[in-house]
Write a protein that binds this ligand. Sequence first.
Ligand code: SF4
Length: 74
Amino acid sequence: MCYTGDIRVEVEAVRDFHCCATCVHFTVAKEKGRVKRFCKRLGYETDPRWKFDCWTPKDHVLRLMKKEESKKGI
Ligand code: SF4
């Protein structure tokens, strides 16, 4: 069991979605003709596939995780 905010989700469901791209702090912006992917919380560039413990999933991702849980009968 994992706690993301006040919502409990199974660890298996988190594994499927856990990455910077699904985090509320992940941002994409175009700067000087270059696409920049960065974490607005930390202010650093990041890769959408990287995983960190500071992950805070977006609302729709939380809903998807809950849906996956119910599909798997967790
Ligand atoms: S570095 Fe942490 S807070 Fe920033 S986007 Fe990635 S998971 Fe989210």
